[in-house]
Design a protein around this ligand. Structure first.
Ligand code: MOS
Length: 724
């Protein structure tokens, strides 16, 4: 398998210089995007295509009793209606991605009349146009027999149990005697924090376009794991994986959604097969709240004890998150929150509750965002109780090792991040006393918090070929999620092979290419920079002229079986090396202004300083950090999915009521990149930074709000109601 595929690639326009890593490079796919030529899956038009729409359940628990379809069937242009009567067992079950399968929710729509959550698919209607399909789906009259659901973790019937009883590979962290340490402490904090349900709202909605040619299926779908979608669909439809091709050459944002195999894809493929026509299903903004995944709500109890000098004696973190009744999806975060600072005694316990909702999923920096909101808020509370500057408190408790395992950090640039942020921000000007600065009717406050994240890496296969005329082509089934992967791979090959940037073509997002894993865990650059470096070295060993390398890249220290997982669409991201902690770090400093009369909150200034290994493209890195910082403000102040606790129905399923920031909500942002030369993390010294920028922002804002007003807000998002 060394022949290049027919997949079109992306190439820089007119750039005859050899690229230099570490120099800023604009996106090579930028012209395609701004000219409307980038092929997003939902835009692909297939001749003869019909359009599908879904009807979703109005109740959260029970069963469908009747579906009156006469009105829908009578509409001109309606081609097919699929309900549980037509589908039933025709689609085979596939497990969740994190439980050895491929799916982001193992829920099988239309398999039975059973209702397990509000907004689940109860019918698929196919018609000549998307408008007719939507109108016909709305015309279905559906009857239910309902039961009262358990809507959220706040409902005690969600019955959160220790995660150790559900996931055998989960270990709660413990060292020393926390109660004794807290008993001996001069100052203690014992506080509860919560974060809400949040939904990914990328501009590009989920969609699936299915095209059969004989017994071969081609699917255009925005998924950040095409190989898992391929294998999952094959398993669901009784096909061999080679019969299924999944294509996602561009993805219009995902924020952690669009994970692997989606539950709506197989029913679209089934409809296309039954109709003998290609079918596209696009999920509406409203329905993506229940068809795609979400960030679960979280609850935390943090206990800290310190001596009078601020030395931490004990750190306790108890947390609870929620999953669906049919999948065990849990974000585990206490391994980060309780390894951040030195402490003699540590105890962490994580619990998982069950609710009548779709399975939650990762949302960027899945555990670190909520877990460090809690921990970094509590650290600020401790600093205030001790009358110690919060940066000085972190300096006093800095550690070179994980206090529980004793493993060393490969590098530990946390305090250098705080120092760099402090210099850029002017932290020395901060008033330590809350509610001390009133400026033109606004209370002004300053707050800070840490960001920290373990580095992840995965195996990946790629093909690198060079023509006799020097032109280079790179192929891998990885994904352009907006992070600049086309650009990254082209610049690496240009520098390493000494060819001009516009002689390099990159093909991504297609299962016809060598297999790759998930675009997740901020692992993409880390994995591919190392893999492509190896491939370039191998290619250069071959005689000049037409030459080609097909590489199965295995990160140093990974088990050889990881390559089998790669081919089978079962990849697990790895934290390596095993005998150390390789983390990226950051520090946020924000200024907030809280209106004295109305409680309105503004964030005029935000400085983020980050250390994440070697930075290959500072232009792309800065964009990632700015995006993360903006989204962090969104998480701190705006984003929350409201659920009706009686019905289990999400209430704000649109962009009018689910709030995200606009440019007008963002004040001055400064990104500082702190050098972090780490030769232990991986050969290229890359750590991945896609998710780092968002972590800790919410705590920095909450801490600044306390400094401004003297009011401690422990529940996100922070809204006017808490401040007046
Ligand atoms: Mo992330 S939401 O772990 O890709």
């Amino acid at each position: 398998m060394t022949a290049p595929s027919d997949a079109p690639g992306v190439r820089a326009r007119r750039d005859d210089a050899v690229a230099r890593l570490g120099a800023p490079h604009p996106r090579i796919d930028g012209p395609l995007k701004v000219c409307g030529q980038a092929e997003y899956p939902g835009d692909v038009s297939v001749p003869g295509m019909a359009h599908a729409a879904i009807a979703v359940s109005a109740i959260a628990r029970g069963r469908v009793t009747t579906i009156h379809r006469d009105a829908a069937e009578a509409m001109p242009g309606v081609l097919l209606i699929l309900t549980h009567d037509e589908v039933g067992g025709a689609i085979r079950p596939v497990d969740h991605l994190m439980q050895g399968g491929y799916a982001n929710s193992s829920w099988r729509p239309l398999a039975s009349p059973e209702i397990r959550y509000a907004g689940q698919i109860v019918a698929l209607v196919v018609a000549e146009t998307a408008e007719i399909a939507a109108a016909a789906a709305a015309a279905l009259r559906i009857g239910y027999a309902g039961e009262a659901p358990v809507a959220c973790l706040a409902d005690p019937r969600s019955a959160a149990v220790p995660l150790t009883t559900i996931k055998t590979e989960h270990h709660d962290r413990r060292s020393g005697d926390l109660d004794a340490a807290l008993g001996a402490a001069a100052v203690r904090i014992d506080a509860q924090y919560t974060t809400p349900i949040q939904h990914h709202n990328p501009i590009e909605l989920p969609s699936t376009t299915c095209l059969w040619e004989g017994d071969r299926l081609t699917v255009y779908e925005p998924t950040r794991y095409v190989v898992a979608a391929q294998h999952g669909l094959a398993a669901q439809l009784g096909l061999r994986p080679e019969q299924v091709r999944v294509i996602a050459r561009f993805i219009g944002g995902h924020f952690g959604g669009k994970l692997a195999l989606s539950q709506h894809s197989a029913i679209c493929a089934l409809a296309a097969r039954r109709l003998g026509r290609p079918v596209r299903l696009e999920i509406s903004r409203r329905d993506q709240f229940t068809i795609a995944n979400h960030r679960t709500e979280t609850r935390h109890r943090i206990r800290l004890g310190a001596d009078a000098d601020g030395r931490l004696l004990g750190v306790g973190h108890q947390a609870a998150t929620a999953s669906s009744r049919f999948d065990d999806f849990a974000m585990e975060g206490a391994d980060v929150s309780t390894a951040l600072y030195a402490a003699e005694a540590v105890a962490a316990e994580e619990r998982l509750g069950r609710v009548d909702r779709n399975t939650p999923g990762p949302m960027r920096a899945p555990p670190e965002v909520p877990f460090l909101f809690a921990m970094e808020s509590a650290i600020d509370e401790l600093a205030h109780a001790l009358s110690i500057d919060p940066v000085a408190l972190r300096r006093r408790n800095d550690t070179a090792v994980d206090p529980v395992s004793g493993k060393r950090f490969t590098t530990r640039p946390l305090l250098r991040c705080f120092d760099a942020a402090a210099a850029a921000f002017g932290w020395a000007e901060r008033s330590p006393r809350p509610r001390a600065r009133l400026r033109d009717g606004w209370w002004i406050g300053h707050g800070c918090a840490a960001a920290a994240r373990p580095v992840k890496i995965g195996p990946v296969a790629l093909r690198l070929s060079q023509n006799a005329d020097g032109a280079v082509r790179i192929e891998t089934a990885h994904h352009e999620i907006g992070n600049g992967l086309y650009t990254l791979l082209a610049t690496i090959a240009s520098e390493r092979l000494g060819v001009p940037l516009d002689r390099v073509t990159v093909a991504l997002g297609d299962t016809a290419l060598p297999p790759a894993g998930i675009s997740g865990g901020s692992s993409t650059t880390t994995s591919l920079a190392n893999a492509l470096a190896d491939a370039c070295t191998a290619l250069r060993r071959q005689p000049e002229g037409a030459r080609s390398v097909r590489l199965d890249y295995l990160p140093p220290g990974a088990k050889p079986a990881a390559v089998d997982d790669l081919r089978a669409g079962h990849i697990k991201l790895l934290t390596l090396p095993e005998d150390a902690l390789a983390w990226a770090f950051g520090a946020h400093m924000v200024e907030v202004a809280v209106h004295a009369a109305t409680g309105a909150i503004r964030v005029p200034r935000h400085v983020g300083a980050f250390a994440a290994g070697r930075v290959l493209n500072p232009l792309a890195a800065r964009s990632q950090y700015l995006g993360g910082m903006s989204w962090g403000l969104s998480s701190a102040l705006l984003e929350k999915t409201e659920i009706d606790p009686r019905t289990g129905v999400y209430m704000n399923r649109d962009l009018a009521d689910y709030l995200v920031p606009t440019a007008a909500d963002i004040g001055s942002q400064t990104v500082v990149m702190v050098p972090d030369a780490d030769d232990a993390v991986n050969p290229e010294g890359v750590k991945g930074l896609g998710e780092l920028g968002i972590i800790g922002v919410a705590a920095a804002v909450a801490n600044a709000v306390f400094n401004a007003t003297g009011i401690r807000v422990r529940d996100l998002p922070i809204r006017i109601e808490a401040l007046i």
